[in-house]
Design a protein around this ligand. Sequence first.
Ligand code: ZN
Length: 695
Amino acid sequence: MFHSADLPHRRSTVLAAILTAGLAIAPAVCQTAPPASAGTAPDLRVFDPSLVDRTVDPCENFYRYSCNGWFKRNPLPADQASYGRFTELFELNRLHLKQILEGAAQPSTARSANEQKIGDEYASCMDTDAVNKQGLTSLQPELERIAAIKSAAELPALIAHLHTIGVNAFFGMGSSQDFADSSQVISYYDAGGLGLPERDYYTRTDAKSVEQRQQYVTHVKNIFVLAHETEAQASKDADTVLALETRLAKASLTITEQRDPQNLNHPTDVASFGKELKHFSIPEYVAAVHGPSAGKMNEAQPKFFAEFDTLVADTPIEAVKVYLRWQLLHAYAGTSLPESFDHESWNFYSHILNGAEKQQERWKRCTSRVDRELGEALGQVYVAKYFPPSEKQRTLDMTLAIEQTMDKDIDSLDWMSADTKVKAKEKLHAVMNKIGYPDKWRDYSTVKIVRGDALGNQMRVHAFDEARDLAKIGKPVDKGEWQMTPPTVNAYYDPQMNNVNFPAGYLQPPFFSGKEDDAANYGDMGSTIGHELTHGFDDEGRQFDKDGNLANWWSKDDEAKFTEKSDCMVKQYDAIEAVPGVHLNGKLTLGENLADLGGLWLAWLAWLDKAQAAHVDMTAKMDGYTPEQRFWIAYAQQWCTQTRPEQLRTQAQSDPHAPDEYRTNTVLQDLPEFGKSFNCKKPSPMVIANPCRVW
Ligand SMILES: [Zn+2]
């Protein structure tokens, strides 16, 4: 995860809450091939009794009980920073995508326009000889463009151009829904410009963090050397980069602060913003980037832009050029540049920061690249092959059942007033369910993909994305748009859209199967559906109303009670020491923890209703387990994951999701119903005296 060369430098959906971390952020790091012989898919089951370790007491450690068999069968592969059931499916999907791409890459067949694009992009990425031979030649005009500038006055046009080709230069600009009126799309200016995963990497003072910063400087130096600088010059330039980025980092909000939308809500208009910055011409910037020169905008982080303005004024232009050269090389140091760059980038972001021991094979990274760049062209073929309409209908039915359960659950809350309940239910009823893939596919007809030009293709795809994004500003929002591609193994809730999104790539075994019963499917995919719905009512999502506007619909009293109840969970997760010396951040992870607990509770209630209606015999065992026990085991087995300590540290410090062990055990500790299903004695490690509960 956090291979930031793969990240867009801005987010058009600012606050979307995703289900898991690494995979969605950058599928470039955490995977291996499934143990499939040619043509046969591995047997992935939602509830798999063969994975249970009956030598472990379920009341002692339910995660180990449910997953030990999986751990034994799946040693952590060398090219992975972590490997779990999400990666297992991710790898299987990637194998399917590879077959599609290899077919599309055959130039002799009669290809559709989309097949030409995905096939030629894949072939270009796979052509390592051509990429190596090309060297830095294709990037040379861009390096020269940076070298040519003489003063800060030329920066607006240069930075605009770099943004167009996907370089994370200083800040991000794009489109976003208006916090006050979610039906409208406005300009959005946000902090950016960092090479480390997030701002606290620049400010932490513990020994490990200090060491990581030194390793980062070495990495930047190595990239400069590869770009033909002398050792001495590269060393000096790397220090310049760290100093400059540290200034940007210190002026940026922490990731915890960014979870509160109020901290990001600073509406203004482009003309006023232009006057605010004294040393960087916004009119020149927007003219060059082809963005709107007027109209409403959000300046997400004013403190950052004040510092950026000062930095432009007081930093020698040669230092700024060093920084921009680094960001340019960094943005392309993946599959578009020679293997020496590719390997150096992997070494820092995947090996040093996350502990992976071996770089992934090229085909895996090229497949992920096409998914990232042309995801709806590739996804269209994927869906036709792997996601039949019947599966879509089953998921929709389950979603509707869980929404009905939430309606009843809101009625039953003893801490919320009747008035606020009415508003909460209005919001729930307005949630839009998006399942599988978009109704209207993205049109890539204007993207030119040239076989044999990996770097040029990357630039053109970025330019296409940028233009597509900026074209949305000033227009009504398109609620049908997706932030994830169809083959993605993940899901999300978007508070400004008030919708839940479940890509087809995720609605597959081992998370959902038409062949397994409700106990398994509700424990697993049902809990995820509940998770995404609960995000609409977590510490962040609850601040948005049914239309997705940032508008408070809570009474003061109810708000105080919500905060008091969720503080129980903040303390509970703060107390967890994930790696020696590093505790989880209860505030950063609160939204996800609320969603995990609320989601599982909703799935449980919905399943009980369904089982009762179907007269399921709750004492009848299957594979040695009661239906209730299979529900909980299916829940736990989705989180079976092996993680390297380096990645665990990164995750504990920076990820809004708790590590998978706690997404299992801590969540179940808060649900006494779990302990009853396994006849646990009180107290036991899995049955605690004062469980937390909000939703
Ligand atoms: Zn989530």
